[in-house]
Design a protein around this ligand. Structure first.
Ligand code: HAM
Length: 437
């Protein structure tokens, strides 16, 4: 009753998913699981440990860290007052919660740096469009407690390795430096002066940005603003000696690791907590003209985030990969991260007693790590054989009433149609020997 809504003339309309959210159906869910598995594998190999934080956080965590004047805080957060009087937000991103967790659990006393990864859902009230969901998945990596450029490079290395492992070949890292508090302040002044002179030519959004968050003008995709951006002063020219040295080191690491990058002076990222290095992972496959402006992931250094949440100073760097965009693009480019080995065996069971016997047989195969396909819901041998052929099986195992009582099973080669009767207690060895051939 809860799932259906009564409409005129007694017709019942099925309730649908909320705008900007979606069901991930089995076929895509399998691809997604595989991608997550690969991401986890690479992250663990490089020494990252898993962490899980709640979907709900105090709203203040985000307003204090992401920046009051950011689009995320101004327009995109799902925030609400609870009956108990708390003001909570569905997490729009994972970095502030990870830093909160680091501070809350005294991770400063753990061996530094603390390297963490996470995977889960995030929520932003955006206009739904291709690659932009209101609930979306991110796989994130964070290195907390290290100020050196090696951490920036490791984050980029591990993220690009994950993308390569999934099957993307043409990922390019767009990279920029935002300097630190001091040199960015000087740059900001210069930029504002320059933009003020052009204010009449800026789009209405950028006119607002100029007052609240001028660096975001550089990020504007609007045609009118493009030309103005081209002539704007660039951060790198204003970076202090330390920030320049840091950026140079990161780039040298990337050169050494042969990671292709593009110095994008317009890359500013949408969150206030970044300092020094910022980057985004862009697909550069020509076949993908439509999605190429959407980043598959992004991140950077956030040395001031801890100070915005506490009196501590904890340098850190991280990135998050957008799982929805990754699965979508993989599909468009025909990349299959599954590359799954289809089971070569198909089990056909006829009659109740045979079905019961089959259950323990399936368990023996699972324990022995031998993939076995079957269709428990079909009864006739013809329909089960049809599915077996369709699944690409080369051997079928047939157990009927007679075989079940005799403790045997028929093994039939689909191609040659030759079949042998094998005792059940010898089946696994028999099959293993056959598959080896
Ligand atoms: P972000 O750039 O906002 O960074 O998000 C990272 C990635 O999540 C994006 O590049 C994109 O692939 C995906 N993404 C973002 N919004 C959406 C959406 N509405 N629908 C689908 N995918 C989306 C962060 O969130 C930072 N916390 C990353 C970070 C980690 N920085 C340091 N550490």
């Amino acid at each position: 009753m809860l799932l259906v809504k009564k409409i005129k003339s007694q017709k019942k309309e099925i309730l649908k998913t909320v705008k900007g959210t979606r069901d991930i159906l089995p076929e895509e869910a399998r691809v997604l699981r595989k991608i997550e598995e690969k991401a986890r594998g690479v992250a663990e190999y490089y020494g990252f440990k898993p962490i899980q934080t709640p979907h709900l956080e105090q709203t203040e965590l985000f307003t204090a860290s992401l920046g009051e004047a950011t689009e995320m805080v101004e327009k995109q957060m799902y925030s609400f007052h609870t009956r108990g009087g708390d003001y909570l937000t569905l997490r729009p991103e994972g970095t502030a919660p990870i830093m909160r967790s680091y501070l809350e659990h005294g991770m400063k006393t753990w061996p530094q740096p603390v390297m963490l990864y996470y995977n889960g859902s995030f929520f932003r009230h955006e206009s739904p469009q291709k690659g932009r969901w209101r609930e979306f998945g991110q796989f994130g990596l964070e290195i907390l407690g290290d100020a050196s450029p090696v951490s920036d490079a490791i984050i980029i290395r591990v993220s690009t390795l994950i993308l390569e492992e999934i099957g993307f070949k043409n990922i390019i890292v767009h990279i920029n430096t935002l300097g630190d508090k001091e040199c960015r302040g000087v740059y900001r002044k210069e930029l504002v002066q320059y933009l003020r002179r052009k204010v009449n030519y800026l789009c209405p959004d950028c006119k607002k940005r100029l007052k609240k968050n001028p660096l975001r003008v550089l990020d504007c995709k609007n045609e009118e603003c493009r030309e103005i951006k081209e002539g704007a002063p660039q951060m790198i020219e204003y970076a202090c000696a330390d920030c320049r040295a840091h950026f140079k080191d990161v780039l040298e690491f990337l050169d050494e690791l042969k990671i292709p990058y593009f110095l994008n002076h317009f890359l500013v990222r949408g969150l206030d907590y970044y300092s020094r290095t910022v980057f985004e992972f862009m697909p550069s496959d020509e076949r993908d003209q439509k999605t190429s402006h959407l980043s598959l992931g992004g991140g950077g250094r956030y040395d001031y985030l801890a100070a915005a949440l506490s009196s501590k100073n904890i340098p850190a760097a991280g990135a998050a990969l957008g799982m929805d965009r990754i699965t979508e693009l993989a599909k468009e480019l025909g990349i299959s991260p599954l590359r799954k080995k289809e089971p070569k065996l198909f089990l056909i069971q006829l009659g109740d007693y045979a079905k019961r016997k089959s259950l323990s047989l399936v368990e023996d195969f699972r324990k022995a790590n031998v993939p076995l396909a079957m269709s428990f819901s079909r009864d006739s041998i013809a329909s089960q054989l049809k599915i077996a052929v369709k699944s690409g099986a080369t051997l079928v195992l047939i157990i009927g009433q007679k075989e079940a009582y005799d403790e045997t099973i028929i093994v039939r080669d689909i191609e040659t149609r030759i079949q042998e009767t094998v005792p059940l207690n010898d089946l696994l060895n028999f099959i293993k020997a056959k598959l080896k051939k």
